[in-house]
Design a protein around this ligand. Structure first.
Ligand SMILES: [Zn+2]
Ligand SMILES: [Zn+2]
Length: 278
């Protein structure tokens, strides 16, 4: 049996922020690793945080050779780490990349990522077996796929061009990952509440403070307060704030975390390197 955990490799929203006053929470963009007791590796998004995770996977031989990556959506801050993910250059690995978008297939995405006009790596330099797998359309219902002993449930939530929520149902815990989500004005998105219902750990977009949130309608994000509202409404056990505005320094994220804890006590603001046992 493996020690099961969630580890946060990148928690920043929109763009990397290698700034001194942002080092407590970190500057890499979205990447969360779930390692199960059965030694499965499920990676949520491949922002710049996946670079160091890739180094760890190469170094640590206890990692499985099959790696599964689920993409919430295809905005740069969630995909650009592909270029720097070392297991792609090693024939030992099979890398399955899952996603769903109504307008863009994963083969279109792969053509953009593996394109020597933009990055000087040709297809044959990637030695791993790479499978781009479009998930079946979920529209307004929760769909599921099986991954070894785990179930991955997914549904859509509002974001420019759409994004997917995921619930990873491992043997031990249910972990829900909802990032880049703009709830409808004055209420919570139904799919989000449904998929989060009763889960052990909810990782939720908390890009904005309440004040800034009102100035950025249509940008596709949540405030820390909406993250707490989802946690309360869906009766989750623990809330993890995630995907911070790149303009926020550590003290602003700390303020948001404290405010969220006043609403929902079992809240933590994710930081780069945070590991939670599951
Ligand atoms: Zn994002
Ligand atoms: Zn986005």
């Amino acid at each position: 049996m493996n020690k099961a955990y969630i580890k946060f490799w990148g928690v920043r929203g929109s763009n990397p922020t290698p700034d001194q006053n942002k080092m407590k929470y970190g500057g890499d963009t979205s990447c969360v690793e779930i390692r199960t007791s059965q030694n499965d590796v499920i990676i949520l998004d491949m922002g710049t945080g996946i670079r160091r995770l890739g180094e760890e996977i190469i170094k640590d031989s206890s990692y499985p050779k099959e790696i599964n990556i689920f993409l919430s959506h295809y905005h740069w801050d969630h995909i650009i780490g592909f270029l720097y993910f070392k297991p792609l250059y090693d024939a030992k690995y099979t890398i399955n990349i899952y996603g769903y978008n109504k307008k863009t297939s994963l083969s279109e995405l792969s053509n953009a990522l593996i394109n020597k006009s933009f990055w000087p790596v040709e297809k044959d330099i990637y030695k791993a077996k790479i499978n781009f797998i479009d998930l079946p359309e979920s529209s307004n219902q929760i769909k599921s796929i099986k991954l070894n002993e785990n179930k991955i449930h997914y549904s859509l939530h509002p974001h420019p061009n759409g994004a997917n929520s995921f619930k990873v149902d491992t043997k031990n815990k249910q972990i829900v990952y909802i990032t880049d989500c703009e709830h409808p004005e004055g209420r919570l998105n139904k799919n989000v509440v449904n998929i989060a219902q009763g889960c052990d750990i909810l990782i939720h977009d908390s890009h904005f403070s309440i004040k800034d949130f009102t100035n950025y309608k249509g940008w596709g994000h949540s405030s820390w307060k909406q993250a707490a509202d989802v946690a309360i409404t869906a009766e989750v056990k623990q809330l993890v704030l995630f995907h911070y505005c790149p303009d926020y320094d550590d003290s602003q994220v700390e303020i948001n975390e404290k405010n969220a804890q006043k609403k929902f006590i079992n809240t933590i603001a994710a930081y780069q390197g945070l590991s939670i046992e599951i």
